[in-house]
Design a protein around this ligand. Structure first.
Ligand SMILES: [Cu+2]
Length: 149
C-alpha cells in the first residue's frame, strides 16, 4: 500500500474513535435529581442531585432555564444555626458519590422565572473541569417535587 493511502486509513480510523472519546470525556453520572417546588411569590429555589464521576473532577458552574442564576451551596450547623455558604466549585472524587440533598450541599436557584410546580421539569447545564483543566458540559432534566414526596 502506498504511504498516502495508509495515512488516509489512519485518519478514518481516528474519526471512528472520536465519538467514543467524546462520550468517555463526559462520564459523570447523575441520579436522584429533583427540584423543590416553590411557594407563590418565592424567588429562590433549591435543587438536589447525586453526582458520581469515575475520575477526579469538579463541578464549576451550573445554569438553569428556570432561574436567572444558580449557585452551589453548602449547608452546615454552627452553634445551632444553619449556615449556607456559596462554593466556587464542588470537588468530585473518583467513584465517590457527591450527594446534594436537603440539609447539605444543594444548588440554589436565584431569580426564579416562574413558580416551580410539582410535576414540571427543570433543565440544568452542569459544567465540569478536571485536574488537567479540561472542561465538559452536561445536560440534566430534573423533576419538580414537593418536599413531602
Ligand atoms: Cu443555599
Amino acid at each position: 500500500m502506498k504511504e498516502p493511502m495508509k495515512n488516509l486509513y489512519r485518519l478514518i480510523c481516528l474519526c471512528c474513535l472520536l465519538p467514543v472519546l467524546a462520550f468517555a470525556a463526559n462520564p459523570v453520572n447523575v441520579s436522584d435529581a429533583w427540584v423543590r417546588a416553590s411557594a407563590p411569590g418565592q424567588s429562590v429555589g433549591a435543587a438536589y442531585m447525586t453526582l458520581q464521576s469515575p475520575t477526579d473532577t469538579s463541578l464549576v458552574k451550573v445554569e438553569s432555564n428556570a432561574a436567572g442564576s444558580v449557585e452551589i451551596h453548602s449547608m452546615t450547623m454552627k452553634n445551632g444555626v444553619m449556615q449556607m455558604r456559596m462554593m466556587e466549585t464542588l470537588p468530585l472524587s473518583a467513584g465517590k458519590p457527591a450527594k446534594l440533598e436537603p440539609g447539605g450541599f444543594h444548588l440554589m436557584l436565584f431569580d426564579l422565572k416562574k413558580p416551580l410546580k410539582a410535576g414540571e421539569k427543570v433543565k440544568f447545564t452542569l459544567h465540569f473541569k478536571n485536574k488537567a483543566g479540561k472542561t465538559s458540559v452536561m445536560q440534566v432534566v430534573s423533576p419538580v417535587k414537593t418536599a413531602a414526596d
